[in-house]
Design a protein around this ligand. Structure first.
Ligand SMILES: [Zn+2]
Length: 659
C-alpha cells in the first residue's frame, strides 16, 4: 500500500502546446513536448538516461538496411533539450557500433560507450556543444525549442535483439528476405541510439533505404512514393508527429502488398497471404467506430496493420498506425480477432497514455484488455464478450493457483523488490481486466465510461503512473464516500497480491453448455456430439479443451481426435491446446504435427508451452532437444530466450509485455 505522492513536472521541460498540432500528420511539423514525470513510481530503472538534465525530444533517422550483413546503418539526428548547466546527454545503446557524433555544424563531439550491463546494454554519453541553438522563430510560435541538435553515425549489430532478419524460406513467398522489428520492452536501443524509456516521449521521422522490390512500412505515416536511388534501391520516408515512447518505433520490410479495408484502415501482407488477411480483419472499421464511441477520439489518423511471417514472436504489437500481427490468428472465421480489437485499443491505452515505468505494465495491458473486451461486446455481442472474459478470469485464477496468492509476481504494480519484468502476464492482462470490470460494476458503466474517456483525454500523449490513475479515480468518482472506497478495494487490487475478494466473476451461464460437456467427459469420457462441437464458438472449443483432465490416456486422446478432428482444425488456438494436451500425455501420434508446427511458428505463446510440455517428461525431453536443435535459430530473441530457459540454456527470459 502506498500513499499518493503528487508528481512534478520540471518547469523547463514542461510545455502547454500553444499551436502544436497533435493530430495532423503532415511532414515537417513538430508536436508538443511531453512532460517527464519525476515521482518515485515514474522512475524507470531500465534506462541509462538522465532526462531531467538533458532529454531527446525528436529523432530523425537516415538509415539503410543491408540484408546480407543483417545490419542497419546510417545516422540518427537528435533534438535535445538540456537544462541550464548540463554539459552532456546520456543515451541508451545495446551493441551499437558508433563511429562518430557531430553537432549541427558538423563539428565532432566527444562520446563514450560505457560498460555493458547484462540485459540493459550500455550508456552512450555525449558531450554537448557549449553553444546552444538559437530558435527564436520556434519560440515565437509557442513551441519549446531544442537547445542542441546532434548526429550519431552508427551501425546495428547483426544479432541486434530488436531486429529479426528472415531468410526467404521463412516467408510465404519463399523468394525474398524479410525484416521486422520488435521494440518493446527495451530492444530498440539495439538499432536506435536514443533515450529508450517509455516515459521519455519523442516525435520522429525517418528515411529508410531498402533494396528493390522490397517495400518498407513503419509505425509512422508514409510520405509520398518511394524515391529510386543508385544500386537498385529505394528510399521510403515516414513521419510521426505525435510524441511516442521510443519502444513504439517499428519497421518491417518485405515483398508485401496493401489491401484497403475502409476510409481509415488497411492491411499489408505478402501476396500469398493478403486475401486471407484482409478477410480476417474485415471488421476493423467497425472496431474503430466502437472504440471511438466507447472512449473518445481516435487520434492517430490512419489505422493500418501488417500480417507478418509466422516467425513473429507475439500475437500482435500495437505499433502506432501500423499494428504488427502474427498470421497464426487467421482462422477463416474472425474468431481470434479479439487480437485486432486488443491492438487497436492500445491506440488509447498504451500509445496515447503510456506507463512511465515498466513496473506499471497493467496500465498498458490491463486497461487495453478491458477495452478489447468492450470492443468485442460492441462488435460481436455480449455472449462472445462474456465468454472471452470468462476465459481470461479462468486464466487469472489458474495462474494465481500455480504460483500462490502471496507471490509478488501476482501484484499488478510490480514491487520494487523484483525485476520490473517479473510480473506474470496474467497479473498484468487478466487481473487488470478483472479489476476494471469490478470497478465498472460497482461504479456503474455510464459513469465509469465517462471517467475513462476523460482519463485518456487529459493524459493524451503523456506518461502516467498507477498512483495518478488511482488519484484521478478517487478525485472524480469517489470523493469522500468512505463506503464506496471500501467496496472498491483499489489499493489492494493495484499493489496487493492474489485476487481481491470483490473480484467480478464472469456470468456462470457464459459456458453453461460447454461446462456440462466437460463434466460429462470427466465422469465417463463421454465425447460431445460432433455437430455440437463444430457448432461451438472458438471460445467454447477452447474452454472445453482447457477444462479437460490434465491426465489423458492414449485411447482417450485418439478418441478425442477421431471424433472432434482436433488435429485438423483451422484454428491455431485450438490446435495449440490439442498439441499441448497430447504432448503433456506422451502421445506419439502428435509428435510429427508438433514438430512441423514448431518449425513453422515462432509465436512465444504457442512455442514456449509446447517445449515446456515436452520437457516435463522423460519421454519428451529428447524430443524437445531434437526439435529445438532444428528450430532455435529461426526464433526471435524473445521466444528463444524463453525456450532457452525451459530447456536449460543460459540466456534469461523476459516477461511478455504484449501477447
Ligand atoms: Zn497488449
Amino acid at each position: 500500500m502506498r500513499a499518493f505522492v503528487s508528481f512534478l513536472v520540471l518547469p523547463f521541460l514542461f510545455l502547454l502546446a500553444g499551436c502544436g498540432d497533435l493530430i495532423s500528420q503532415d511532414a515537417g511539423k513538430r508536436g508538443a513536448i511531453a512532460p517527464i514525470l519525476t515521482s518515485d513510481e515514474a522512475f524507470d530503472d531500465q534506462t541509462f538516461a538522465k532526462p531531467q538534465e538533458a532529454r531527446v525530444t525528436h529523432i530523425d533517422l537516415d538509415l539503410a538496411m543491408d540484408f546480407d550483413a543483417k545490419t542497419i546503418a546510417g545516422t540518427a539526428t537528435l533534438d535535445v533539450l538540456a537544462a541550464d548547466g548540463a554539459s552532456e546527454i546520456v543515451l541508451d545503446s545495446n551493441g551499437l557500433r558508433v563511429s562518430g557524433v557531430t553537432d549541427e555544424a558538423g563539428n565532432a563531439l566527444s562520446f563514450e560507450l560505457g560498460e555493458t550491463v547484462e540485459g540493459k546494454g550500455e550508456p552512450l554519453t555525449i558531450q554537448l556543444p557549449a553553444q546552444k541553438l538559437e530558435r527564436g522563430a520556434d519560440l515565437a510560435q509557442g513551441v519549446l525549442a531544442p537547445t542542441h541538435r546532434i548526429t550519431v553515425e552508427y551501425v546495428s549489430a547483426p544479432q541486434a535483439e530488436a531486429l529479426q532478419w528472415l531468410s526467404p524460406e521463412q516467408t510465404a513467398g519463399g523468394e525474398h528476405p524479410f525484416l521486422f522489428s520488435q521494440g518493446q520492452a527495451i530492444n530498440n536501443r539495439t538499432w536506435i541510439p536514443t533515450q529508450d524509456s517509455p516515459g521519455i516521449r519523442q516525435t520522429w521521422e525517418a528515411t529508410i533505404s531498402a533494396p528493390e522490390p522490397l517495400k518498407v512500412v513503419m509505425s509512422g505515416v508514409l510520405q509520398g512514393d518511394p524515391a529510386p536511388k543508385d544500386g537498385n534501391r529505394r528510399d521510403f520516408r515516414f513521419v510521426m508527429n505525435n510524441a511516442v515512447p521510443p519502444y513504439l518505433i517499428a519497421i518491417a520490410a518485405g515483398n508485401i502488398e496493401f489491401s484497403e479495408l475502409g476510409p481509415r484502415s488497411g492491411v499489408w501482407a505478402e501476396p500469398e497471404v493478403i486475401e486471407a488477411a484482409a478477410q480476417e480483419v474485415g471488421d476493423t472499421e467497425a472496431m474503430i467506430d466502437a472504440g471511438i464511441a466507447l472512449f473518445g477520439d481516435y487520434r492517430w489518423g490512419r489505422y493500418d496493420m501488417i500480417v507478418l511471417p509466422p516467425a513473429f514472436p507475439y500475437g500482435g504489437m500495437e505499433n502506432p498506425v501500423m499494428t504488427f500481427l502474427t498470421p497464426t490468428f487467421i482462422a477463416g472465421d474472425r474468431s481470434n480477432n479479439g487480437l485486432v480489437a486488443h491492438e487497436l485499443a492500445h491506440s488509447w491505452s498504451g500509445n496515447l497514455t503510456t506507463y512511465s515505468s515498466w513496473r506499471d505494465g497493467w496500465l498498458n495491458e490491463g486497461v487495453t484488455s478491458y477495452f478489447e473486451n468492450r470492443i468485442v461486446e460492441e462488435v460481436y455481442g455480449k455472449q462472445r464478450a462474456e465468454q472471452e472474459y470468462a476465459l481470461s478470469y479462468a486464466g487469472l485464477v489458474g495462474g494465481i493457483d500455480d504460483i500462490g496468492a502471496d507471490s509478488p509476481s501476482t501484484a499488478m504494480r510490480t514491487p520494487d523488490a523484483i525485476s520490473p519484468f517479473a510480473t506474470r502476464g496474467f497479473a498484468i492482462y487478466d487481473k487488470g481486466t478483472v479489476f476494471l470490470r469490478t470497478v465498472e460494476n460497482i461504479i456503474g458503466r455510464e459513469e465509469f465510461d465517462a471517467w475513462l474517456t476523460q482519463w485518456f483525454d487529459s493524459h493524451a500523449f503523456e506518461p502516467v503512473t498507477s498512483e495518478m490513475f488511482l488519484a484521478d479515480l478517487r478525485e472524480k468518482l469517489i470523493g469522500d464516500d468512505a463506503e464506496l472506497e471500501n467496496r472498491l478495494m483499489l489499493d489492494e487490487w493495484v499493489y496487493g497480491t492474489g485476487l481481491p475478494e470483490n473480484a467480478w466473476a464472469p456470468d456462470s451461464e457464459a459456458f453453461a453448455e460447454v461446462d456440462l460437456a466437460v463434466a460429462a467427459y470427466a465422469a465417463g469420457a463421454a465425447l460431445p456430439d460432433v455437430d455440437v462441437w463444430s457448432g461451438w464458438t472458438a471460445a467454447e472449443q477452447r474452454r472445453f479443451l482447457e477444462e479437460l483432465p490434465q491426465e489423458l490416456s492414449g485411447e482417450q486422446l485418439t478418441a478425442l481426435d477421431a471424433s472432434l478432428g482436433l488435429s485438423q482444425t483451422e484454428n491455431n488456438e485450438v490446435l495449440f491446446l490439442w498439441l499441448e494436451a497430447a504432448l503433456r500425455n506422451e502421445y506419439d501420434p502428435a509428435v510429427a504435427q508438433a514438430e512441423s508446427f514448431l518449425a513453422r511458428v515462432g509465436r512465444n505463446k504457442f512455442v514456449s508451452p509446447l517445449f515446456r510440455a515436452l520437457n516435463d517428461t522423460q519421454w519428451g525431453k529428447p524430443i524437445a532437444q531434437r526439435i529445438y536443435a532444428q528450430t532455435r535459430s529461426s526464433y526471435h530473441a524473445y521466444t528463444r530466450g524463453n525456450v532457452d530457459e525451459t530447456l536449460g540454456f543460459e540466456e534469461p527470459a523476459q516477461t511478455a509485455l504484449t501477447d
